[in-house]
Design a protein around this ligand. Structure first.
Ligand SMILES: Cc1ncc(C[n+]2csc(CCOP(=O)(O)OP(=O)(O)O)c2C)c(N)n1
Length: 354
């Protein structure tokens, strides 16, 4: 991986962390309503996978999707404004945190229903295969979602029809407050894909380079027309399930161990995270945003001053997004009527008598 690519990935990880922390603050101040599911700790997953993708690929995500949208290229201003429910938001302020959508960037959402992601990806995958295009559909989901019926139906059909779908499981070990060994008979999620004959792999979701390499390998296979591929990424969220959840059901030793292994921070991650086992987690010493920053410096790709400059720049970008969101107008009834009658591009589909 060259210097430019490493710097771009680090910038995206730093921007993601800054964005989510600013969103948490805005929520605490009462500027964002409803649910807000944040991503700190999981940055290496979205950044590693999406940097291996092409602009022509489609992306389908869950309700924890701000960072996927950011890395996909939706400006921080438009995402933050959407979180604030403003008309300058990417969904016109009428979707909110869980319903980001951008047709031009092939970002197909943002879905609040657990397991809803799969049939959407299946439909997009079918459309791509039908038109014989060299595109892939990236489908992100959590470890809890694999217990939904849609998961099994979609994997079956994707395998049967050899659809170009990349299934990416963000295994953060929790389905709200329920640990994976309490909600899944098989805690190594990737093994489920084998039942459908889908090649599957597991990688360290706290190590952005490992994620990027695994994703790039999978996408080569998918683009070659060999059908779907499955990747399980073991990761961890530092916050509760949503801003309404303190996350107090998790032992501090576990949270501390993962934070010590922060994705943005340091060098290449050598430690393994066998699951389950708090002791193993606690014993793991490496960490992920800072770990990656350190790695970039150690490899001579970046220096501390450059990383600091990046950190400042993304913080300024995020602060500007917050100001933009706060100063934007909320949608009015006219906007609501327009959205009700239109498709996602706000092209009017039907006239409604009022
Ligand atoms: C069909 C459905 N059932 C229940 C819920 C409530 N719910 C919201 S998030 C969630 C947990 C999902 O966990 P996981 O898939 O592991 O994703 P994570 O939040 O860990 O990223 C549940 C049960 C829902 N949104 N949709």
């Amino acid at each position: 991986m060259d210097k430019t690519q490493m710097a771009a990935m680090l910038r995206d990880m730093l921007r993601a962390r800054a964005f989510e922390e600013a969103a948490a603050q805005a929520y605490a101040q009462g500027h964002i309503a409803g649910f807000l599911h944040l991503y700190p700790g999981e940055e290496a997953v979205a950044v590693g996978v999406l940097h291996a993708a092409e602009p022509g690929d489609y992306v389908v995500s869950t309700y924890r999707e701000h960072v996927h949208a950011l890395v996909r290229g939706i400006p921080a201003r438009q995402i933050m404004a959407e979180l604030h429910g403003k008309k300058t938001g990417i969904s016109g302020g009428m979707g909110g945190s869980m319903h980001l959508f951008d047709q031009d960037r092939r970002f197909l959402g943002g879905y609040a229903i657990v397991g809803e992601t799969f049939p959407i990806a299946l439909g997009a995958g079918y459309a791509v295969a039908y038109r014989k295009l060299p595109e892939a559909v990236l489908c992100f989901f959590g470890d809890g979602a694999v217990n939904q019926g849609t998961f099994h139906e979609s994997l079956n059909m994707a395998a049967l029809w050899k659809l170009p779908i990349f299934f990416i499981c963000e295994n953060n070990h929790y389905q709200i407050g329920t640990e994976i060994h309490r909600h899944s008979a098989i805690t190594e999620v990737y093994k489920r894909a084998c039942a459908y004959g889908i090649p599957a792999e597991k990688a360290d979701g706290m190590d952005v380079i490992a994620v990027h390499e695994a994703a790039a390998r999978a996408l080569v296979r998918i683009r070659a027309g060999e059908g779907p591929q499955f990747l399980e990424l073991e990761t961890y969220r530092y916050r509760g399930h949503s801003m309404a959840d303190s996350g107090s059901y998790r032992p501090n030793v576990e949270l501390n161990a993962y934070q010590a292994n922060d994705p943005i921070a340091a060098a290449v991650h050598e430690a393994e995270y066998p699951y389950p086992g708090i002791e193993a987690v606690a014993a793991a010493s490496a960490n992920s945003v800072t770990r990656f920053a350190d790695h970039c410096c150690q490899e001579g790709h970046l220096d501390d001053a450059t990383v600091e400059r990046m950190r400042r720049e993304v913080q300024e970008e995020v602060a500007d997004a917050v100001t933009f969101a706060e100063q934007s107008a909320a949608p009015d009834m006219e906007d609501a009527w327009k959205a009700f009658r239109s498709n996602r591009r706000f092209e009017t589909l039907m006239e409604v008598a009022r």
